[in-house]
Design a binder for this molecule. Structure first.
Ligand SMILES: [Zn+2]
Length: 87
């Protein structure tokens, strides 16, 4: 059985991978806009890759969705653990 990733800061299992300066081939991107009546403008959550043929990236960063801290090292360790075989 696989275990979910757990944020070392807050214990959340949800995280996002932030890709910066990556080379994406054949990608489908989506950007959501939400109207913010207080600011009188649309706010965007940024562009999300829905699917892609390949993503070449060397500057990936993992961010916890709950506390928004950088969890890159924890995610890397988690993925390494998952890749080392299932018990
Ligand atoms: Zn967290």
């Amino acid at each position: 059985m696989s275990q979910p990733f757990t944020c070392p800061h807050c214990g959340s299992h949800d995280y996002s991978i932030v890709l910066t300066g990556c080379d994406v081939a054949g990608a489908t991107l989506q950007e959501d806009f939400a109207w913010d009546p207080e600011r009188g403008e649309y706010s965007s959550g940024g562009t999300a890759i829905l699917s892609s043929e390949s993503v070449e990236n060397e500057a990936g960063r993992a961010v916890c969705q709950e506390c928004e801290k950088d969890v890159s090292e924890a995610v890397a360790a988690y993925e390494e653990q998952q890749g080392s075989g299932c018990a």
